[in-house]
Write a protein that binds this ligand. Structure first.
Ligand SMILES: Nc1ncnc2c1ncn2[C@@H]1O[C@H](COP(=O)(O)OP(=O)(O)OP(=O)(O)O)[C@@H](O)[C@H]1O
Ligand SMILES: [Mg+2]
Length: 240
């Protein structure tokens, strides 16, 4: 195909994608409103049956509880999805990646302890700065850490490493959890791919989108039964 045709095709695909993303976002908004009405009414309903103790009342309470959990799950999917489809406008500043990671680790200590997970940081202190949107980047750290913790249901070791490689500052998050099969590794960044009962499958697509918006990239290496390593590459800022 000629380069002009290639460009025209690419432009068409880009526009189609933008249109579908917009429609999907609008649909998610539309679903959210009736869903919150359902949740509100369920809340009122459960207050109404709060008092009763007959077997029928108890059955009702359990069912209302189940419906309400499913509503929360749907709301979570919708808000993750809306975050994913809305354009990503970054507000970046130069940061020392190791410091950002160190602060994040502090915020996770309690959660890790509760899950019997030891956090092991190896953070270099002499790295060039990187341009980061701290709010968005926190989402990246949260998603990857939660995935790692969920993969180590019996506890384990979670490692955070930073170092420089060529023109990139690299962060690796390494767990010794259940790992990911070769076949599944091909799908983990696909929208809605999840192996968890309550997973929306938007965690890793969101992570990748945020990292790419920072002009970086992410790689995954994993061995089933041994663990998983995610490596994030961010362009190093020139010194000075
Ligand atoms: N560290 C990990 N160890 C093992 N499997 C993982 C790891 N990280 C991701 N996965 C696999 O990749 C899948 C997709 O991850 P992703 O974060 O996108 O969605 P999720 O965790 O299932 O749901 P959520 O949207 O709530 O994050 C997971 O369901 C899991 O099978
Ligand atoms: Mg996840």
């Amino acid at each position: 195909m000629s380069p002009e045709k290639d460009n025209a095709r690419e432009e068409l695909l880009r526009r189609n994608y933008a249109e579908i993303a917009q429609l999907a976002g609008e649909l998610a908004h539309e679903i959210r409103n009736p869903l919150s009405t359902i949740s509100l009414n369920l809340g009122v309903l459960s207050e109404d049956i709060e008092e009763g103790n007959s077997p029928r009342d108890l059955r009702m309470k359990r069912r209302v509880e189940t419906i309400s959990q499913e509503c929360d799950h749907l709301e979570q999917i919708l808000s993750d999805f809306l975050r994913f489809t809305t354009g990503m406008e970054l507000e970046t500043q130069p940061y020392e990646l190791s410091k950002v990671v160190e602060q994040f680790i502090e915020s996770q200590r309690l959660e890790a302890e509760n899950r019997n997970i030891e956090i092991s940081p190896h953070l270099a202190s002499d790295l060039p700065k990187v341009l980061l949107d701290p709010h968005q980047f926190r989402q990246v750290l949260l998603n990857l850490t939660l995935n790692a913790m969920q993969a180590m249901s019996e506890g384990g070791v979670l490692e955070f490493q930073t170092f420089q490689q060529a023109e990139y500052v690299v962060l690796q998050i390494i767990d010794n959890g259940k790992g990911i099969s070769k076949l599944a590794q091909k799908k983990i960044f696909d929208l809605f791919y999840s192996t968890k009962p309550a997973g929306s499958g938007l965690g890793l697509p969101t992570v990748r989108k945020i990292i790419e918006a920072h002009h970086g990239f992410i790689q995954c290496e994993s061995e089933p039964g041994r663990g998983t390593k995610f490596s994030i590459f961010l362009p190093a800022q020139n010194a000075g």
